[in-house]
Design a protein around this ligand. Structure first.
Ligand code: V47
Length: 354
């Protein structure tokens, strides 16, 4: 049975098949992924009204791809006070945001109480806002810095108000590539173990994959398959987000960048391979809004959100600093032939924008 027949007959795709999917022409692959997307969600495209907050850029780790952390190339260090963070969250809540997505650097000077106190303070002020915060890389950093176990930090997150975990820090699971691009950071096994433990607490999280740098197709498929295996066990991932590498102001030199075709193929393959992760997000902040809109026809059913402010991708060259206003976001989705559906952070539908 060839790979197209296998996908059409809903057989699970193995490593070899997944690699073969890359050899299909884009239209065939797109149709296969679109078919899966339509079976699940028809023409609906999910988004949320959210606010990204990046409270500090001082980082103990040195990831070659990162342009956000303060370094020789980015000498402007900052750490927000908890009051500033709460003010940002309050302001966004008043404008309609239902989620704050908080990702920081690994700041050894800030203190554990700063990391956890910001969640408590936000929840005291805005009890109903959803806090999606602390990547597994941050969790691992806090454990090492303060001599606590993963279990202890995860329990403290829940106690202080974190609702779900974002998918950052996964990068690419291949250990050799990881050693080169982000030596010393959370290992792949640790990343997966932290999410496993989070899921075992009945909590949801997302998973990312940073691609388009020095990894190859094999590494991407292996990455997806390791996620699929964990998801079979826990069912805790809501969403997979393939993050397109941004190349500016960092220390990772890359010979060849992925074409739009390669990006769309990777999104489409993730929809087919990750048959147990419900949502595939085309993250417009780094795929560009134009490609993210096209990706709706290649398996993606989620475009993240209005974001309002973004620093990590923007530092590396993306045009994402100011987000996209809600009315424009809705129009873009609708004008591309899809039905915009505002969702909450756990994918419950809030409003269908007919
Ligand atoms: O882990 C850093 C990535 C991630 C670059 O869970 C870069 O819903 C591209 O995880 N080029 C943080 N990417 C962002 C993230 C995220 C984003 C949107 C939604 C969700 C979610 C999670 O940003 C990091 C890292 O992989 N990143 N530098 C760069 N030069």
């Amino acid at each position: 049975m060839d790979v197209v027949e296998k996908v059409c007959s809903k057989k699970r795709i193995d490593f070899e098949d997944a690699l073969k999917l890359y050899d299909l022409d884009l239209c065939t692959l797109g149709e296969l992924a679109d078919q899966k997307r339509k079976e699940l969600y028809g023409n609906k495209t999910y988004f949320n009204i959210n606010r990204h907050i990046n409270p500090t850029n001082i980082c103990k780790d040195i990831c070659k791809f990162c342009a956000y952390s303060a370094s020789r190339k980015n000498p402007n260090q900052y750490t927000m006070s908890i009051a500033e963070i709460v003010d940002i969250a309050k302001n966004s809540w008043q404008k309609g945001a239902k989620e704050v997505h908080i990702v920081s650097a690994h700041n050894p000077e800030a203190g554990l109480e700063w990391y956890l106190g910001m969640f408590r303070a936000i929840k005291e002020e805005i009890p109903d806002i959803h806090i999606k915060a602390l990547t597994a890389a941050e969790v691992n950093f806090l454990c090492k810095e303060y001599g606590l176990s993963h279990d202890e930090i995860l329990d403290l997150m829940i106690k202080n108000g974190v609702d779900s975990m974002p998918g950052g820090g996964a990068e690419i699971f291949d250990e050799k590539i990881r050693e080169y691009i982000c030596k010393g950071k959370v290992s792949s096994n640790e990343w997966l173990e932290i999410h496993r433990k989070w899921h075992k607490r009945g909590r949801k999280s997302n998973a990312t994959m940073l691609f388009g740098h020095i990894e190859n197709r094999t590494h991407r498929i292996e990455h997806m398959l390791r996620l699929r295996t964990l998801q079979d066990e826990t069912q805790g991932f809501n969403c997979f987000i393939p993050l397109v590498y941004q190349k500016e102001n960092n220390y990772l030199r890359v010979e060849e960048f992925p074409t739009g075709q390669e990006i769309l193929k990777t999104i489409a393959i993730s929809r087919i391979v990750l048959d147990n992760i419900p949502h595939i997000k085309a993250y417009w902040a780094n795929a560009t809004i134009n490609l993210a809109l096209v990706a709706q026809e290649y398996g993606a059913d989620d475009l993240d959100g209005t974001i309002e402010c973004e620093s990590i991708q923007a530092a590396a060259g993306a045009r994402s600093s100011y987000g996209i206003p809600l009315d424009e976001f809705v129009h873009l989705i609708r004008d591309s032939g899809f039905i915009p559906v505002e969702r909450d952070s756990l994918y419950n539908e809030i409003r269908v924008w007919l």
